[in-house]
Ligand binder design. Structure first.
Ligand code: AAL
Length: 413
């Protein structure tokens, strides 16, 4: 029997309020719940039983939040394992291979593109004209193929840095692939020398008729940072600003192109001038730019930013909308999110240990009606061996519905 009861609860005024309520696991009890209006909510016995709440007259702040959670089920909850690759993509001393693209299949083989550079990085303490400042500095884009997704053969260079003076003369890196109507498009980050702390990062594009190339590079970047931030002083300090500007006023990163609703949706990560540390870590958000043609021009969505957290972009088609894995930075890190329109994303699950810089396996049927976790069944990721060297590995993801001790068997679940 459903027993109806009433209690007064302070209702969330906004999505941000909800997010804070839901995901601020480290918030202390002293944090106040946003209150705009008092709202009377009904609580059923079934809700109390499911949540294990002892006394409806004594609801802790945590219990009040739990009672406000949307009913999400566990369809989008899962876990990950990461393993070593074999062949040319196994860890190699002195070589950086990182930020793998999505996987596509051509002539019976998987293809992946990635950032490749050599040697250690020196940071910003020396001569940025000469030094390699980051592992992703002085990179070119290479590609590899594999028959089984485990043993890889490095095929060679796909897209090289530009000639001195070009917008991409210092590094081309963090690449993604789109196969569309028999053509291939690589989108990637670009930096022009010198790679100083305040240097702006842009996005380049290259296209080809075959994944083997040859690749034709766009003469100009297809996406640039917003130009409405104002640095303070001349010192190379990215935190000193007079005005921060838009979420992407410093860098546009991690571009990932999807064909969607007859258009081309370019998802990317923004970094802001004067970036701050929030209660969930670095202030990193994702944006979207849309074009009628894969070659552009791309126009930034007026809804930007479309996430309030995240890092590398990992997006796929799902249920007629777009799903997104949000990792690493911000209050909503380690969540899977979904939007019905590619713009308005909501949380579907909170996961742990999400692999970083995922290269999704685009050959998987991400629209499989029975398996929301299908897109994450396996693919590539990267891992830090140390601060100088990163290498590409393989992840496996699996939906998790039950927590069982070793040896325990249950008839059905
Ligand atoms: C990544 C990406 C971008 C950053 C750096 C290399 O994983 O977010 O590419 O610039 O780290």
């Amino acid at each position: 029997m459903i027993v109806k009861d009433l209690y007064k609860i302070l209702r969330r005024p906004s999505l941000l309020g909800l997010v804070i309520l839901l995901f601020c696991s480290s918030c202390s009890n002293s944090i106040s719940i946003p209150n705009e209006e008092d709202q009377t909510l009904e609580i059923t016995d079934a809700q109390l039983d499911k949540l294990g709440i002892t006394d409806r007259e004594h609801l802790s702040a945590a219990s009040k939040r739990a009672l406000e959670w949307p009913d999400l089920g566990n369809e989008w909850f899962g876990e990950f394992q990461v393993s070593d690759l074999k062949g040319d993509l196994a860890y190699e001393e002195g070589v950086v291979r990182r930020d793998p693209s999505a996987l596509i299949k051509y002539d019976g083989k998987y293809f992946v593109w990635y950032s490749k550079s050599l040697g250690p990085s020196h940071g910003f303490g020396g001569d940025v004209e000469k030094d390699k400042v980051f592992p992703w500095d002085r990179c070119d884009i290479w590609f590899a193929t594999s028959e089984d997704g485990w043993t890889w053969k490095e095929e060679g260079l796909a897209v090289a840095r530009g000639e001195p003076g070009a917008y991409d003369d210092r590094s081309v890196f963090t690449v993604e692939i789109l196969e569309d109507k028999g053509k291939y498009y690589l989108t990637y980050q670009t930096v022009q020398s010198p790679y100083s702390v305040r240097v702006k990062n842009q996005v380049g594009l290259a296209w080809a008729d075959s994944p083997y190339g040859p690749w034709h590079k766009s003469a100009e970047p297809i996406l640039s940072p917003a130009d409405n931030g104002i640095w303070k002083g001349e010192e190379q300090n990215r935190f000193n600003v007079i005005k921060k500007g838009d979420f992407d006023s410093h860098k546009v990163h991690d571009p990932c192109l999807l064909a969607y609703q007859g258009k081309y949706y370019l998802y990317y990560k923004g970094e802001q001038m004067g970036e701050e540390i929030t209660f969930g870590g670095r202030q990193i958000r994702h944006g979207l730019a849309i074009s009628d043609d894969p070659l552009g021009p791309y126009v930034k969505s007026p809804y930007n930013p479309i996430s309030n957290s995240g890092h590398e972009i990992c997006v796929w088609h799902r249920d007629g909308g777009i799903a997104s894995l949000i990792t690493t930075d911000g209050p909503e890190k380690n969540t899977l999110q979904w939007s019905p329109d590619g713009i308005n994303f909501n949380i579907r699950s909170v996961i742990k240990d999400a692999p970083h810089a995922i290269g999704l396996n685009r050959t998987l049927d991400t629209e499989d009606p029975d398996e929301p976790f299908k897109a994450l069944e396996w693919g590539l990721t990267h891992q830090y061996k140390n601060s100088d060297y990163q290498y590409i590995r393989r992840f496996h993801g699996k939906r998790r519905k039950i927590h069982l001790a070793k040896g325990v068997k249950v008839a059905s679940h």
